[in-house]
Ligand binder design. Sequence first.
Ligand code: CP
Length: 308
Amino acid sequence: MPKKINFQGKSLVSITDLSKLDIIQVLKIADELKKEPQPHLLDGYVMGSCFFEPSTRTRLSFETAMQRLGGRVIGFAEAGTTSGKKGETLYDTIKMVSGYTDVVVMRHPLEGAARRATEASDKPILNGGDGANQHPTQTLLDLFTIKECQKKLQGITVAMVGDLKYGRTVHSLAEALRHFGARLYFVAPESLQMPNSICEELKTQGIKFSLHENIDSIINKVDILYMTRIQAERFPDKMEYEKVKNIYVLTPRMLDKAKPNMRVMHPLPRVNEIETGVDNTPHAYYFEQAKNGLYVRQALLGLVLGKL
Ligand code: CP
């Protein structure tokens, strides 16, 4: 039996903050919570929900997770309603919120913002996405979902498609999959390929990966096709976005060549990179994926508050 890891009081800023054993433990607890809800686990605790950037799934699933465990939530969904509008710094804002709460979940458009928040807070900070950098709680729900639909994590083949340069979800996921001997296919136009820093790290770890420009060349090889949105908001030059915005559109026809058990995942929101017709195929798994965020985030809240 692996030693039980103590998460109490710890922040989660990057997926690299977690070891393989940590990840396995979070997924196991999330699975238990999915099967057996614990409506009073966090009675009396308060979560700060600080979203400086838009979100549907991350914010609402964290807030639901806290409330379904018996806890309460304060916070904001839009930075313009806070005293940041009057010039208050991120440091001061987080210091205040951590004084009112037991755990703080945050999303911010700037890379490194969550790490900075840990310096201001004496409560755990859970990073719900910092710019193009990291989205570790998304990665945990992605791993949970892969394990759920493929019945294993070890040795799976995963294609990541779309905006791999600015996509924080794929940065975190690629870094996590190195623990599980995955074979990775990175499908992107040259200008949006996976950053060199991550490719070099994968090479050092002996993880096999290859770079591709179209989905057709890899779709028959993979267990998971992980689609992502080309993110208009991350492009410094809007003309560059216009050139690539419709580069990948997954259609039901393209799935004819896929393995029967191949599943399509997407962190969502989608724009037009998955045709709605795909939703009705047995390959679609992105809505189940988003729902799993609830259980994984319940597990994280319970762990960092020392109740699991
Ligand atoms: N996957 C994800 O982060 O979605 P939201 O932007 O809606 O939170």
